[in-house]
Design a protein around this ligand. Structure first.
Ligand SMILES: [Zn+2]
Ligand SMILES: [Zn+2]
Length: 185
């Protein structure tokens, strides 16, 4: 009997350690195609082993507007939706972070590191190719979920999923759905 308990304990420990038993709730903010949400969920499951469930669509509200009232504030979105469980919000809308209290900088995503809430915006990721569009959104989501797990920005190679993309879509397209050994350490 003792032995069974011990084995069970080890299993629970290992599944927690590797995230196999964990779930991420994907919340669409605005109109985001269900097929895209499913594709992102699958890529997160394949890459990190998290189960993903897709929640009901949420609408933006005035409390999420940025200081100047024209775009949506990524930090406000994280604070509003990141209250229960592990959550990935995928926004139809452009999202910004407010730098030094005055400068609005548009971002593709934002995450607590480590933490249990992250955000991706599909606003700037469009492509004529649906396949490329889905791949871009998946990459941004995998990057942000990586921050939640505790991975910092990669300093080894631009191809790594934890590379901080600063030079636009071409750089994102050069990134691979892959994490380098230095980041995995
Ligand atoms: Zn790396
Ligand atoms: Zn990042």
């Amino acid at each position: 009997m003792k032995r069974i308990f011990f084995i069970l304990f080890v299993c629970i420990f290992l599944t927690n350690l590797y995230g196999q038993s964990q779930t991420i709730t994907i919340i669409p903010l605005g109109n985001v195609d269900n097929s895209l949400l499913k594709a992102v969920g699958k890529s997160i499951d394949d890459f990190y082993g998290y189960d993903c469930v897709i929640d009901d669509k949420q609408d933006v509200t005035p409390d999420l507007l940025s200081r100047y009232g024209t775009k949506y504030d990524a930090n406000k979105i994280l604070n509003k939706f990141g209250t229960t469980g592990h959550v990935l919000i995928i926004s139809e809308y452009q999202v910004i972070i407010l730098e030094r209290g005055v400068i609005e900088t548009s971002v593709w995503g934002l995450a607590n590191c480590p933490g249990r809430v992250c955000l991706a915006s599909i606003y700037h990721l469009n492509s004529d190719s649906t396949e490329l569009f889905y791949e871009r959104v998946s990459k941004v989501c995998l990057h942000e979920v990586g921050h939640n797990i505790g991975y910092k920005h990669c300093t080894t190679t631009y191809k790594c999923i934890m590379n901080e993309v600063t030079r636009g879509l071409r750089e994102l397209d050069g990134q691979e759905i892959w994490m380098c050994d230095d980041c995995k350490k």
